[in-house]
Design a protein around this ligand. Structure first.
Ligand SMILES: [Ca+2]
Ligand SMILES: [Ca+2]
Length: 197
């Protein structure tokens, strides 16, 4: 009997830990700015600015998880520039989503910028990060990252959607119904408490 109770308690703890809330994040890149740099390709005499492309990563912080990244595609680059609007220049490489992230909505959004070089290895232009913490208002949030190397800044719109019910839907372990109900109630209360604390 003790073993049975222990096993059920173990399942309960596992389920609650899995169901502390899932959330989705959508990011749309809006604007890129960086100090003008005539030495990006070391071309003599002329001012040859960078051929910029991006890699964007989300790193969940609660619990801490590995970064989940998109981009790093040098086919999606802009030539000879240090400033542009994504809508005009990178129309099809400016929107990213991360689905069903386990835990509480606290994370970093990091944007890495590179200069593409045809003959040599690409140059790292730096990284700039926006830190999102739980309880931040997300309704059409538009932010600018803190300046990185050579005043690198990215302006982005950020939408974080919380899905309390998905925590229950993700529970697929066959257990007794009463335990499932207990977990469902605990999930909601835990998550609400996390949002207002
Ligand atoms: Ca270069
Ligand atoms: Ca280049």
């Amino acid at each position: 009997m003790k073993t049975c109770i222990f096993v059920m308690f173990f399942f309960f703890i596992c389920l609650v830990s899995q169901a502390t809330g899932d959330y989705d994040v959508s990011v749309k890149l809006l604007e890129y700015n960086r100090d003008e740099d005539c030495s990006c390709d070391d071309t003599p005499i002329i001012c040859d600015d960078c051929d910029v492309y991006f890699r964007i990563c989300l790193k969940p912080l609660s619990p801490t998880q590995n970064p989940k990244c998109y981009g790093n595609n040098n086919n999606q680059r802009v030539t000879d520039t240090h400033s542009f609007l994504f809508a005009d220049s990178l129309r099809y490489a400016d929107f990213y989503t991360w689905k069903d992230i386990m835990g509480q909505p606290s994370f970093d959004i990091s944007v890495y910028a590179y200069d593409f070089d045809l003959l040599n290895s690409n140059d790292d232009l730096g990284v700039t990060t926006y830190e999102y913490r739980r309880n931040t208002t997300t309704n059409k949030l538009i932010v600018t990252t803190k300046p990185g190397i050579k005043n690198l800044r990215i302006k982005l719109s950020l939408d974080v959607s919380l899905d309390v019910s998905s925590g229950q839907e993700n529970v697929n372990i066959p257990i007794q119904k009463w335990l499932h109900l207990v977990v469902a109630v605990s999930t909601t209360s835990l998550f609400r408490r996390s949002l207002v604390s």
